[in-house]
Design a protein around this ligand. Sequence first.
Ligand code: ADP
Ligand code: MG
Length: 691
Amino acid sequence: MLHWDEPVSFVKGATAPVRRAWESLGIRTIGDLLLTLPRRYDDFSRITKIADAQNGDVVTLEGTVHACFKLNTFRKRFAVFRLQFEDESGKLTATFFNQPWVLEEFKPGRKIFLSGKIQIKAPYGKTLASPIWEPAEARTLAAGKVAPVYGLAGTLIQKTYRRLMQYVLENVEWPEDAVSEADRKRMDLMEFPEAIKAVHEPENGDHAEQGRHRLAFDEVLGYQLALGAERKRSTKAGAPSIPFDQIFAKKFVESLPYPLTGDQKKSVWSALQDMERGEPMRRLIQGDVGSGKTVVAAFLAAHVHRHGFSAALLAPTDILARQHAVTFQRLFASHNIPFALVTRTEKRLYQGREDQPLKTGQVESLAEQGNVVLVGTHALLENHRLPKDLALAIVDEQHRFGVGQRERMILETRDDGHVPHLLSMTATPIPRTLALTLYGDLDISLIIEKPAGRLPIETKVCVGQRRESAYQAIRDAIARKEKAYIVCPLIDPSDALGVSSVTDELKKLSKGPLEGLKLAMLHGRLKPKEKEETMEAFKNGDIDVLIATSVIEVGVDVPQATVIAIEGAERFGLAQLHQLRGRVGRSHLPSSCYLLTDTEGPGLERLATMERVQDGFKLAEEDLKLRGSGQLLGTQQSGHEALVIARITDGDIISIARSEAQRILDTDPDLSKHPLWKRAVEGMRDTAHLE
Ligand code: ADP
Ligand code: MG
């Protein structure tokens, strides 16, 4: 028998390369493996005959490779491969772009499945462009039904994954179900083991979806219990009351380099009122990218400092923490508010226009003195660096942090029994009703209005060699002394830090279309110091174009950057593309965003919504309409580990889980009668995104 918490090395047949692949997908234990859901399902239960396939149909075909060859094209960067495929009813051609491995895979006579959208094109007849394919052996493992398609890494292939999964499902010792039979009946939920089986070996699409529902329920309930418990403890504790100082507020507004937008003012005012009360503020600021959340944070931190208390701002990355420090320096300069930057590798004290490095121990002594502002990464949470008089805790890009990190910041800092006020900030565009359900514990301020003078970001999808228009736009922007980003996707999970994708792109561009421009790379392997120097040279120095992974996704603010080109755009979700696009359009200058891809077919339609829609909330809705799903909070890549199974469309489950959490907490606040949930909540406290 396999136990839930045992390592995956106990799985018979899981070789070292398989374990390495799982490891890079974040799978360590049997439980991790069972809770990692397939990306999607291929429905082999409905196979279409080529003769029956009509123009525009999305179909799965089963047949034999007749031949596969490379076409001669004159375009350098663009390789086209053609597959001739047949079943007993007819013939069809499929086209693959820039995927040389198909020559190896599609040997004449091999039996395969193809799925995609049929297009009838003269002179070829029925064609498929970049179809999804599977070896026909998959059918034996998927028992002619619906086959799970897992996220892969390294040399791991679907067939092996499914075979190992089958073994695990047969041999796992199921843990006790955390939801009693009566409760399952009441809420119409599947039994836990049944749900796990349903997502990995579904009988049909509905069955898989029901299984996922149950698992989403567990996930959201755990999250709600963690939030609810945190809230109960804070409310009971009370918070220091910060009187609203109108004179100072006015002075601060006047000192700003720009007028605040109406929504920024409203957010500040609501928070100032919250903090006057002795009950801890718990407010979430939801504002689209570039809407100006940082100045709200700075304003509130200044106000708290002015009243003799401390404030701290927690950011998810070194780059962002540093950028916030630069912003704070500018906004605080005329108010004599000292503050410190604290990351793992850098500690600095800022006073007026001066700043100097801090030695070991000096951050701790600043904290000891109190009445200070701290800006930093999770390094703030270590070594008792948070001051005992902390009255305001601000969490930027809150979805990047685990429940536990936030809890540590607010529940474990002060020793007078009080907790600091909490302000969370996020650009995740989830619809308001859903936000209320999910974050019902928080008051929500929306920043919808953009700062005055912002122009829409002109967005274009460029397929294949049309990339040239993006490179032209970049060259033009640099000639105007503006800056540009190029974002590369992580193609191979073994390149999780993006080193090779970024390096390859740099090589290609520096000898080709961007020859002569000053290019620099930003990826996960660089040391913090190197990242910082690169960002600095991009912002104020002579680097023209930054070639980066999606590390620049969150928060990076370089107003002179006016062009962003996103390579392999089809690999990103719309929400993530929107975040990336938000790196430009941060000043009055006209900006543009180019989505580069080699995909043709339905994927293009999704990308085209980016051309039409600018507003993050609307985009989230469009994405919903298009895909009928979408992750609840950003993307899996962004590292939010508390909610990966639940989706935006799970409104029902979310609201059921929420009332259930309230019911449980009302009668059993410390979860002593619900040991399984207690364990889940503790597990959730530990999951955290650490860059
Ligand atoms: P985000 O909400 O994405 O965190 P930031 O706080 O980084 O946005 O702000 C984006 C840019 O807009 C920054 O360069 C900031 O200086 C500028 N900004 C913020 N508020 C205003 C305003 N009211 N008027 C003009 N520019 C503003
Ligand atoms: Mg921000």
